[in-house]
Design a protein around this ligand. Structure first.
Ligand code: SF4
Ligand code: SF4
Ligand code: SF4
Ligand code: FES
Length: 724
């Protein structure tokens, strides 16, 4: 794009043609105050605080956020006249403002408060009545204190432009204008809290944080959300070592689960002490008792039945370090390859091989986005947001397959109102022969003309859909896939080798790799591959599996039919944060630290290595998963000696080539992929185990997962929605 020259406060700079004056000022390093402006949103020009002086214009003061800069423009961002004008804007904004800063949760981080302080306003020259409007406490999670609203319209725009929900609107006129929902009803939306986050004043606040702390008492810890495969960056804000609220970090967005669902880790049902079964009842015991019982029982079962009758089910919510230590313990100490995660049952076929994911923040680089799963915004909310941003900010075209109606219909260029498999067949036909419905022909023409296309791959694919997507992609110029992945560290658990046929780094188990890993780990390794998760479950009833160690999963909670099967085990150990349905069946239950209480790394659906940081101390006697497993390994004669997760990550880097030089925050690339050309499918299928997703409410966003269902805040939304 050609540039133009602008002089700001005497500094000559080049900015791209089409820049606003505000952008030019920012590029020149001159600060201009704003209230209604945000880079994420279209300029609006509501508040007038961003006035600047433009030389040679009849109207001397100009709002910089909405006015385009022109070549050779000369701008001043500060002068006595400008300061007076901005003071006047603030004075007008304060006419009706309640000035209840002492009880406003925004105090300390309120843009209006900051500007009034900066511009040193004295007593008001206006004596208009404050026009107090009662706060609105009717909505779940979010409170609206309309008297504090400065009508900047940020909430209206973010909900519409970024979320495509459009819950807020301006209603009434003149001095009675306000933001409101349709007919002033309580909120009925995604409850993402983005409007609260962006509100420059205390007009929108959350009930979760109400009167919990003043902003200046909070300390931030950057970490990663543990609720879905997007792995949004979060900042846990703590006071006296306890989380008070969560805000966005790297991804500049949080959905309702990431922003409000963290409170599940403070739930009263958290496991706080180890438990062992005595006379049929689970009773509290010491760590030493619990670990000794586990070590003894696993040793006895191994010597009586063989290591092949012991198995382990890992988790897709624990860190890479936890998963790595878990599989290493089973392989080197128990000496079995019976290692897997049940999450592989809920994975799209071809996730890691065919449907290698693009980076989410590059969604807008594709001319056309084809969405094959209408639940994209609920399964992976950040993926949904990047699609909306691409369409609304960059004018990308959206082709949506949706038999029903949801927010994506509002922004789609073409909607194919049919099933995914039918839509794929229609598109392939239209691309091959030009035949088909009008919608399919329009969509096919858009796909064909596009230089690059993004395909959003459903969270679960049927056997028919899988080859059809590949056929379709084969007819297009360039395709990037964005598979939907429900669980947070699914990618990491695969990378760490929590699979029966692969060592860490996708080294297929064979003679050569076994010799290599035996050397690396200085251990004797089992010679054969192990049973996968489905095979392990099926092996329990005929007595081919006697002991199972489950770390961070709840098969009996997901599929109640598994209860009777798990009860047949000679020995069951469950390590988790709650006394889950599976834990209730165990012989020993170990309390694990949650993701807010430990450090380590996750690898999200983009294959981005992310740093998880401890924000609060583990509750009760709970401990990080890897530490627990290391202690059991030692009790069984193993020689693990990790001092911290840094030691474990260093070892991971030495055995997993894709992680060798992978910087924190970076994704491992297709070029470095150990999966390139791999024929194996890493997903599992079962006709009998965990066939259905357990959903506890009508919307996936508020219902999927064993942890989120224990969040008080998310339950509030569900109860509220059920009652109305
Ligand atoms: S919480 Fe989210 S979806 Fe609801 S109104 Fe605010 S921005 Fe919109
Ligand atoms: S509620 Fe907040 S974000 Fe919305 S218009 Fe009012 S001040 Fe702006
Ligand atoms: S989109 Fe996923 S990772 Fe991001 S905040 Fe929501 S649940 Fe967490
Ligand atoms: S920031 Fe420019 S008008 Fe509000």
């Amino acid at each position: 794009m050609p540039n133009m020259t602008v002089t700001v406060d005497g500094k000559k700079i080049e900015v791209p043609l089409g820049s606003t004056i505000l952008e030019a000022c920012t590029a020149a390093g001159s600060r201009v105050p704003t209230l209604c402006h945000d880079n994420k949103l279209h300029p609006f020009g509501a508040c007038r605080i961003c006035l600047v002086e433009v030389e040679g214009t009849p109207r001397k003061f100009t709002p910089s956020c909405t006015t385009p800069a022109t070549d050779n423009m000369v701008v001043k961002t500060t002068s006595p006249g400008l300061i007076e004008a901005r003071r006047m804007v603030l004075e007008l904004l304060l006419i009706k403002h309640p000035l209840d800063c002492p009880v406003c949760d925004k105090a300390g981080e309120c843009s209006l408060q900051d500007l009034v302080h900066e511009y040193g306003l004295g007593p008001s020259r206006f004596d208009a009545e404050k026009g107090y409007l009662p706060p609105d406490y009717e909505s779940a999670i979010i409170e609206r204190n309309i008297s504090r609203c400065i009508l900047c319209g940020k909430c209206v725009r973010i909900c519409d432009e970024q979320n495509a929900v459009g819950e807020w609107a301006f209603t009434r006129r003149g001095t009675r204008a306000r933001i409101s929902t349709d007919f002033d009803r309580p909120l009925d939306c995604e409850f993402c809290g983005e409007c609260v986050e962006i509100c420059p004043v205390g007009a929108l606040t959350t009930r979760q944080f109400k009167y919990k702390a003043r902003s200046w008492n909070l300390e931030g810890t950057a970490s990663v959300c543990n609720y879905c495969g997007c792995g949004c960056g979060v900042s846990y804000e703590t006071r006296e070592g306890r989380i008070m609220r969560v805000g966005p970090a790297r991804s500049n967005y949080l959905c309702t689960k990431g922003r409000f669902g963290w409170d599940a880790v403070h739930h009263a049902e958290r496991l706080t002490t180890p438990k062992m079964r005595v006379n049929g009842e689970l009773v509290d015991c010491t760590w030493d008792e619990a670990l000794s019982i586990i070590a003894t029982n696993l040793k006895v079962i191994k010597s009586r039945h063989g290591a092949e009758k012991i198995g382990g089910l890992g988790s897709v919510r624990t860190t890479n370090e936890d998963s790595y230590v878990f599989q290493k313990f089973l392989r080197t100490v128990v000496e079995t390859n019976n290692i897997d995660t049940l999450a592989r049952l809920k994975t799209p076929k071809g996730l890691n091989t065919t449907f290698f994911s693009g980076e989410l923040n590059k969604m807008a680089s594709h001319e056309v986005i084809l969405v094959l799963d209408k639940n994209v915004g609920e399964i992976n909310p950040l993926t949904g947001i990047e699609i909306v941003r691409a369409v609304n900010k960059k004018d990308r075209k959206l082709i949506l397959v949706n038999e029903e109606f949801n927010k994506f219909n509002k922004i789609a260029t073409v909607v194919l109102p049919t099933s995914t498999v039918n839509a794929l067949e229609d598109l392939v036909k239209a691309l091959s022969s030009g035949a088909g419905s009008e919608e399919a022909k329009r969509a096919a023409a858009m796909l064909k003309a596009a230089k690059n296309v993004a395909i959003i791959v459903p969270a679960q694919l049927s056997n028919n859909e899988f080859p059809l997507i590949r056929d379709l992609a084969g007819k297009l110029t360039e395709v990037t896939y964005y598979p939907l992945v429900r669980r947070s560290n699914f990618q990491g658990s695969l990378d760490m080798g929590v699979m029966p046929s692969y060592y860490p780094g996708y080294r297929k188990i064979d003679e050569a790799s076994t010799a290599d890993f035996a050397g690396l780990w200085n251990a004797v390794l089992p010679e054969t591959t192990g049973m996968n998760a489905v095979e392990m479950i099926k092996a329990i009833t005929p007595g081919k599996l006697a002991a199972l160690y489950i770390m961070g999963d709840d098969p009996a909670g997901s599929d109640p039919g598994l209860k009777g099967i798990l009860q047949k085990l000679e020995f069951l150990v469950v390590q988790d944060i709650f006394l889950t349905e599976t834990a209730k069946l165990a012989h020993v239950v170990l309390p694990a630290a949650s993701s807010t209480e430990k450090s380590g790394t996750f690898t999200n659906l983009e294959r981005r290595l992310q740093q998880v940081n401890k924000a609060e101390e583990p509750i009760g006697e709970s401990r990080p998963d890897w530490e627990i497993i290391q202690d059991i390994a030692r009790k069984m004669g193993g020689s693990m000696k990790y001092g911290s997760t840094r030691d474990i990550l260093a070892e991971i880097r030495s055995v997993v080539p894709a992680y060798k030089d992978l910087a924190l925050g970076a994704c491992w690339s297709r070029e470095k992929s150990p999966l390139a050309g791999m024929a194996d499918d890493l997903s599992l299928t079962s006709d009998s185990i965990m066939k259905q997703e357990v959903i506890t409410a009508e919307r996936l966003l508020f219902s999927s997962g064993m942890t989120i269902t224990r969040s008080h805040e998310i339950r509030t939304i569900r109860h509220y929605k059920i009652e109305v």
